[in-house]
Write a protein that binds this ligand. Structure first.
Ligand code: PLP
Length: 385
């Protein structure tokens, strides 16, 4: 590499706050090399509803192959509005279709934060958060969810918000929460809402696992009093319908927040994935049984894997939602995960990679259970053995 290129690469890496190649890529390669069952990365090994796939094929064959409108194709926009109304009684002023929730998160943070701002964020976090906060020239101010319950400490929440007073405009929320599997309850969400109101914060709420809740219920924070006018709600088709590779996402909320997000998205990708936007509209129009069937299957997977973890002598932690369950394996988890594929033919991720405070999750391992039941049964058997 030339000196100029090397310097450029170093600058890029520094801007990412020291984050490197994601561990998921490494672990997937490890799974391929060892033939182990990959419970590291969270993607299903079965496709979603065939009706949606047929809609994608029809859109491809029917000439829906050029740029979509910047804000998304009308059928998908209508379907998202209908979804928000049907499930939560929400009537967002505006919405924007994006390349997955990931682009919505990136565009929102770039559009809403100024360099030097602080962003309040639940730790541990989905890995794109730290990178996108860094891209915006902002800094993360974590509020740590600690095992075994991963409950939000409300005093810490209030103290963190007070500490960031004048420097934070955005609180980045994620519920149901990756990687803990926690679904925040009404009390925690009320407290977050109060903090947002007291400190005049915008809430960017990542709810991609909204339909994957096995215990309790998902409450969108935008549905709480005083929050619809300050919340940008983000979701996508990937998790709810097992089409993670489609990367069709969206955000909805007050017109000014959507406009700030749209301004950035316009120059990141403008618009695209047109046939898949049509297919996502078809998926959202399917009867709710498609969602409940997937949820019930994943709940059964969680229970099966949890039993395998217990049988192995480790402690499964509660996982009320998402694709993930954590286990306390009683020893340092990074070395543990490196040895797991050879030891028992399963790949998993040390949960500490999602924390700034590595000690908070020293002995924790995250397993994904969004695989076919027979794969989960085999993984549980291997763990138990
Ligand atoms: C919390 C969270 N947000 C966003 C995403 C990405 O969503 P999408 O694939 O729609 O970009 C993921 C995927 O793992 C996630 O776990």
């Amino acid at each position: 590499m030339t000196e100029v290129a090397q310097a450029g690469a170093n600058r890029g890496a520094a801007r990412l706050g020291g984050l490197g190649t994601t561990i998921f890529t490494e672990m997937t390669l490890l799974a391929q090399r060892t033939g182990a069952i990959n419970l590291g990365q969270g993607f299903p090994d079965e496709d979603g509803p065939s009706e949606a796939i047929e809609a994608a094929v029809a859109a491809l064959r029917g000439g829906d192959n050029q740029y979509a409108p910047l804000s998304g194709v009308p059928s998908l926009r209508d379907a998202i509005l209908a979804h928000q109304h049907h499930y939560y009684g929400l009537e967002p002023e505006d919405l924007l279709v994006t390349f997955g929730a990931t682009e919505a998160i990136a565009s929102a943070l770039l559009g809403l934060c100024d360099p030097g701002d602080e962003v309040l964020v639940l730790e541990p976090y989905y890995d794109s958060y730290a990178a996108c906060i860094a891209f915006a020239g902002a800094r993360r101010r974590p509020m740590t969810l600690r095992p075994p319950e991963f409950a939000l400490n409300l005093d810490e929440l209030r103290a963190t918000a007070a500490g960031a007073r004048g420097r934070a405009k955005v609180l980045l929320l994620n519920t149901p929460h990756n990687p803990t599997g926690r679904v925040l309850d009404a009390r925690e969400l009320q407290a977050i809402a109060q903090v947002c109101i007291d400190h005049d914060l915008i809430c960017v709420s990542d709810e991609v696992y909204e339909h994957l809740v096995y215990d309790g219920e998902h409450i969108p924070i935008a549905s709480l009093p005083g929050m619809s006018e300050r919340t940008l709600t983000i979701s996508s088709i990937g998790k709810s319908f097992s089409f993670t590779g489609w990367k069709v996402g969206w955000c909805s909320g007050p017109a000014e927040l959507v406009a700030a997000t749209r301004k950035v998205k316009q120059y990141l990708t403008f618009a695209g994935g047109t046939p898949l936007q049509h297919a996502a509209a078809a998926a959202l129009a399917l009867p709710p049984v498609h969602l409940t069937r997937l949820r019930d299957q994943l709940r059964a997977n969680r229970d099966l894997l949890s039993k395998g973890i217990s049988a192995a002598g480790w402690q499964p932690l509660p996982a009320a939602g998402t694709y993930f369950i954590n286990a306390d394996v009683g020893e340092e988890a990074v070395a543990f995960c490196a040895a797991l594929p050879d030891g028992c033919g399963v790949v998993a991720i040390p949960t500490s990679v999602f924390y700034d405070d590595k000690q908070a999750a020293r002995n924790l391992v995250r397993f994904a259970f969004c695989k076919r039941p027979e794969v989960i049964a085999e993984a549980a058997k291997r763990l138990a053995a």
